[in-house]
Write a protein that binds this ligand. Structure first.
Ligand SMILES: [Zn+2]
Length: 847
C-alpha cells in the first residue's frame, strides 16, 4: 500500500488551506460564515432538508453558523434545480437524455458572488451538495455515525467547477432480510435512517426505480374472482390448472395482464416501471398453445413485449420490468421492446448458457439491460471471513466495469448489513457504480488514512491479510495476526478518539469471529447453545454499529437455533422475552475483556511459504505396492496435471452431470493446456452423467494441465493406472468433493524437517512412505506442523481418505497423486533428489 499517493482532492485542499487563489470564493473566515445557503421559494421538501443538512455540515467543519435563506440565486451557496435557478450555460451539462440519463446530473460552479450547486432534478441538487462536502474532506464510510469523517476548516474556501452524472443509472446496495427496527438507537434515529443517510451522502440513488420482482401472482390475486370462475386462465401443470403461473397463451389472460399493468401505472404515477416478471419457482403452463409459443423465455418476454407496447402508447417513458432468471434466463428469439428493462441475475440462471455467455447474449436482444448481483447473502457467508463477493474489491471492479461495458443501466446488489467484513467493499462498489473507472487504489488509501489516521499502516495490513483476492487461508493463526494489527492500531491512534471508536467496532466484529469460530468447531450441543446465545446477544447489543447483519440473524439464525435447541420461545412469533435482548451498551471494559480473550485464543502461527515451480513438471515414479488408477468426483472445477511421456496422446475419462438435478445447465467445458498456457485440446460435453473417454493428441511429450468446468453439476475424473497424474488444489479456494477424497500421495523433498500445512476438514491421518501413521490431524482450520522422522524425507507420504474442504502445503509441493508410481514433480527435484525415477513406458503393459 502506497501511503504517499494521495487523492488529487487533497492537493486541492492543500491549496485552499494555504494561500487563497484569486478565483476562490470564501465561505467562512475565522469561524464566521460569509454566505448563506440559498434555496428557491419553491424549493421541494427534499431540497429544504438537504439545504439544512448542508448548512449543518458546513457549520460543523468551519465552526461558523450557516443560515438557510430563500433568494433568487444571484449570491450565496445556491442549492436547487435548473428550473429553480435557470442558467443557459448549465442546460447542456444537465440535459436529460432518453427520459432517465441525467436525472441525477449536477453542476458545481464557483463564481465571484456565489457557489452554484445545481441539479437537473432534486436528486442532482442533493448529489451536488454532498459531492461538495466530499471535496472538502467529509467521508461517510459506513452507516454508523462513528464512521463519519469531518475535517476542521475554520477558513473555508472553494475553488471548484465540476459536472457529473452516474454511468450506471440505477444503483442499489440493499439488505436481504431488510433492516431491523428494534429501538435503542443511541441518537433516537433508526437503522433505516442511517442506511438512507449513507446512501444520500454517498450519492447512491436511482435515476429510475427498478420494478422487476415476481408479479404474476399479484395479477392473479388482484383478479381472484375471475381466476376462480376461469381456472383455465391458470397454468396447466400435470393435467391440473393450478399454482401461481399464468396460461400465457390465453388471449383473455393477456388482456388482464395489460389492464393490470396500466392500472398499476395509473395508481402509482411516481413509479417508472411496472413488473411483468412471472411468479417464482417452476410450474409453467404445459397446455398445447402455450408450448407452441416457444420456451419459457419466449412466453414470459412475449407477454412483457405486449404489455410494453400498451404502456408506451398510454404512458410514454414508462417501462416494463423482468428478470432473466431461472427457467427464463436466456433471451427470447425476438428482440425486446425498448421500454422492457431486463435484470440478468448473477446466480440462479438455468438453461443452456453460462452466466458469462448470457451476459454477452442479452445485449443483442435488449438495449435496456440491468444486472442483479449478490454481494453478500447471509446463508452463503454468515458474515464470516473472508466474506462474499462484496469483500473482493478486484472482482467487484471487474464485474462492474464489465456491466458498464455491456451497457447496463441498473445494478441491484443483494447485500447484508454486515460492514465488519464487507464495509470497505460496499463503499468502493458504490463509487464504481457511479464511475466504473474510479481509482480503486486511491479509494483504499483514502479509506485507511481518513478512517484510521495514524493507525493507517496497521489497518491497511489488517484488511490486506484476509483480502479475498489474495487467496487467504483463514486459519486460527491468521485471525491471531488480525487481532495484533488491531492492538497495534490502538496504540498508534491512542490520542484520536474517533479512530478508537471505529477500532472498537472492528473489535466487536472480531468478537463475533471468535464466538462463531468456537461454535463452528464445537461438538457439544450444550456448549453450542451457549455460544449461539452469546453470538445473538453480541449482535443484538452492537446492532447499531452495523458490523453484523443483525436482521438476518434475528430472522434466520435465531429460528434455526430455536429448532436445533428446542427453544420455541426463541422464535420470532413467540411473545417470550428473548434471552439476547439485553439493552445495555457494550462498555469499554467488556470490549477489552473480549479482545484480550481473542488475543490469547488466536495465536499467530507464522510459516514461511516455499514457492515451487508448478509450470515445469516432470513425470516421476516411486515404489508402489500396487499401481492405482486415479478417480475422484467434485462439484466445480479442479486442476490436474497429466503427462505424455513420449508424445503419446493423453488418456482420461470424464463424467459430467453427476448431480442429476443440474443436468439442464450449460454443457461442461474442458481444456488441456501446456505449461505456457497454450491450448492443446478443448471440448464440450453434455451433462449426461455418463463416462466419456478422451484421447487427446499432444504436439510433444511433457506435462499438460487439465481443467473441467462442470456448470456446478458435478464431474468425475478417471485416469488409468500407471499414467502420471497429479491434482493441484488452489490456495484458499474451497474444495467441493462429492463423497470422500480418496487417499492422496504427496512428496516430501529431501532435507524437509517438518511438513507444514493448512487443513480444513474432518480428522485425517498422515501416512509415511511405508504407510505407517506419522500423525493424525484432528484440528480444522489450523496450520499444522508434522516433524519428519529420520529417512522419511525424499519420499512419498499420503493423506488417508477423508472429507476436507481446504488443504494447502506451505513447504512441500501441492501436487497430489493417486498412486506413488504415477507422479509429477517440479523438475528441480529430478536431479537433486535422487529417489524419483521415470515412470514405466505407458505403451508397454504395466507390470
Ligand atoms: Zn397455457
Amino acid at each position: 500500500m502506497a501511503f504517499h499517493r494521495l487523492l488529487p482532492l487533497f492537493l486541492w485542499l492543500a491549496t485552499v488551506n494555504g494561500l487563497v487563489a484569486a478565483d476562490t470564493l470564501l465561505l467562512a473566515d475565522k469561524g464566521l460564515a460569509r454566505l448563506s445557503v440559498v434555496i428557491s421559494t419553491s424549493a421541494s421538501e427534499s431540497t429544504k432538508s438537504v439545504a439544512a443538512e448542508l448548512a449543518d455540515y458546513l457549520g460543523r467543519i468551519s465552526g461558523a453558523s450557516f443560515k438557510v435563506t430563500t433568494g433568487d440565486g444571484s449570491q450565496g451557496i445556491v442549492l436547487g434545480t435548473l428550473a429553480e435557478f435557470p442558467n443557459p450555460s448549465l442546460a447542456r451539462p444537465l440535459e436529460i437524455r432518453n427520459t432517465f440519463d441525467g436525472r441525477e446530473a449536477f453542476a458545481i460552479r464557483t463564481e465571484k458572488q456565489r457557489l452554484l450547486l445545481i441539479g437537473s432534478t432534486d436528486l442532482g441538487a442533493s448529489h451536488a451538495a454532498f459531492r461538495l462536502l466530499e471535496h472538502l474532506g467529509c467521508r461517510w464510510f459506513f452507516p454508523a455515525r462513528e464512521w463519519e469523517v469531518l475535517p476542521r476548516l475554520p477558513n473555508l474556501a472553494i475553488s471548484l467547477n465540476e459536472t457529473d452524472r452516474p454511468r450506471i443509472l440505477a444503483r442499489r446496495i440493499w439488505y436481504g432480510y431488510g433492516n431491523f427496527s428494534d429501538r435503542g438507537h443511541p441518537t433516537g434515529a433508526n437503522a433505516s435512517q442511517d442506511y438512507r443517510a449513507w446512501a444520500r451522502h454517498n450519492c447512491m440513488a436511482s435515476s429510475f426505480s427498478v420494478n422487476a420482482g415476481h408479479a404474476w401472482q399479484t395479477i392473479i390475486a388482484a383478479n381472484r374472482k375471475t381466476f376462480q370462475e376461469h381456472p383455465e386462465y391458470l397454468a396447466l401443470v400435470k393435467g391440473e390448472r393450478k399454482g401461481e403461473q399464468l396460461c400465457v397463451s390465453h388471449p383473455e389472460v393477456r388482456r388482464l395482464a395489460v389492464k393490470w399493468a396500466l392500472d398499476f401505472l395509473q395508481k402509482h404515477p411516481e413509479r417508472d416501471m411496472v413488473s411483468m416478471e412471472c411468479s417464482d419457482g417452476g410450474g409453467q403452463c404445459e397446455c398445447e398453445p402455450c408450448v407452441r409459443m416457444g420456451n419459457v423465455s419466449d412466453r414470459v418476454f412475449g407477454l412483457a413485449n405486449e404489455v410494453a407496447t400498451a404502456v408506451a402508447a398510454q404512458y410514454p417513458g414508462k417501462m416494463v420490468g423482468c428478470l432473466a432468471y431461472n427457467e427464463h434466463s436466456e433471451p427470447p428469439r425476438f428482440p425486446l421492446e425498448p421500454n422492457v428493462h431486463v435484470q440478468l441475475t448473477a446466480g440462479f440462471t438455468r438453461g443452456a448458457y453460462t452466466f458469462d455467455q448470457l451476459a454477452e447474449l442479452w445485449p443483442q436482444k435488449c438495449r435496456n439491460l440491468g444486472f442483479y448481483e449478490y454481494f453478500s447473502v447471509w446463508l452463503w457467508d454468515f458474515d464470516k471471513l473472508p466474506g462474499g463477493k462484496g469483500a473482493n474489491i478486484p472482482r467487484l471492479r471487474e464485474s462492474i466495469q464489465r456491466y458498464a461495458r455491456l451497457g447496463a443501466t441498473s445494478l441491484d446488489a443483494e447485500s447484508g448489513n454486515n460492514w465488519g467484513v464487507h464495509g470497505l467493499g460496499y463503499y468502493v462498489a458504490n463509487k464504481l457504480m457511479w464511475n466504473p473507472d474510479a481509482d480503486v487504489e486511491a479509494l483504499r488509501t483514502d479509506f485507511f488514512e481518513n478512517a484510521f489516521g495514524s493507525a493507517a499502516p496497521a489497518m491497511s495490513r489488517y484488511y490486506d491479510r484476509w483480502a479475498p483476492e489474495k487467496q487467504p487461508l483463514i486459519s486460527r493463526g491468521l485471525i491471531g495476526e488480525m487481532f495484533r494489527d488491531l492492538a497495534e492500531a490502538e496504540s498508534l491512534a491512542k490520542d484520536q478518539p474517533r479512530v478508537l471508536a471505529r477500532l472498537d467496532h472492528l473489535r466487536h466484529y472480531l468478537r463475533y469471529v471468535h464466538l462463531r469460530w468456537l461454535l463452528d468447531h464445537e461438538k457439544d450441543k450444550a456448549i453450542q447453545k451457549e455460544l449461539t446465545e452469546a453470538i445473538l446477544t453480541l449482535a443484538y447489543r452492537t446492532r447499531y454499529e452495523y458490523m453484523n447483519h443483525w436482521e438476518a440473524m434475528r430472522q434466520s439464525f435465531s429460528a434455526e437455533a430455536a429448532k436445533k435447541f428446542n427453544e420455541p420461545g426463541w422464535l420470532l412469533g413467540s411473545k417470550d422475552p428473548k434471552p439476547w435482548a439485553l439493552d445495555q451498551p457494550v462498555t469499554r471494559a467488556e470490549t477489552w475483556q473480549w479482545f484480550s480473550e481473542g488475543l490469547e485464543y488466536f495465536q499467530p502461527t507464522p510459516v514461511t511459504e516455499v514457492i515451487f515451480n508448478y509450470q515445469d513438471l516432470a513425470p516421476a515414479s516411486f515404489p508402489a505396492a500396487q499401481s492405482l488408477p486415479l478417480t475422484q468426483a467434485f462439484q466445480r472445477s479442479q486442476r490436474y496435471a497429466l503427462a505424455s511421456l513420449k508424445g503419446e496422446p493423453i488418456e482420461l475419462e470424464i463424467t459430467v452431470g453427476t448431480i442429476a438435478w443440474y443436468r439442464d445447465r450449460a454443457d461442461a467445458t474442458w481444456t488441456l493446456k501446456n505449461a505456457q498456457g497454450k491450448v492443446a485440446a478443448q471440448g464440450r460435453q453434455k451433462l449426461d452423467g455418463n463416462p466419456h473417454k478422451l484421447t487427446l493428441p499432444v504436439p510433444v511429450a511433457g506435462a499438460y494441465f487439465f481443467t473441467c468446468d462442470d456448470s456446478s453439476a458435478g464431474w468425475r475424473i478417471q485416469v488409468p493406472a500407471g499414467r502420471p497424474a497429479v491434482w493441484l488444489p488452489v490456495r484458499g479456494s474451497r474444495i467441493l468433493p462429492l463423497g470422500q477424497l480418496a487417499e492422496r500421495f504427496f512428496y516430501v523433498p529431501r532435507g524437509t524437517r517438518q511438513v507444514q500445512l493448512f487443513y480444513s476438514g474432518a480428522p485425517v491421518k498422515i501416512l509415511g512412505a511405508r504407510r505407517q501413521v506419522l500423525a493424525e490431524v484432528k484440528t480444522s482450520d489450523e496450520i499444522v506442523s508434522i516433524p519428519v522422522p529420520e529417512n522419511e524425507d525424499g519420499r512419498v507420504w499420503s493423506l488417508s481418505p477423508a472429507s476436507y474442504s481446504q488443504l494447502w502445503f506451505f513447504n512441500v509441493p501441492n501436487l497430489l497423486a493417486a498412486s506413488p508410481d504415477a507422479f509429477l514433480l517440479p523438475r528441480e527435484f529430478m536431479g537433486k533428489d535422487q529417489s524419483p525415477a521415470l515412470p514405466a513406458d505407458p505403451a508397454k503393459p504395466h507390470p
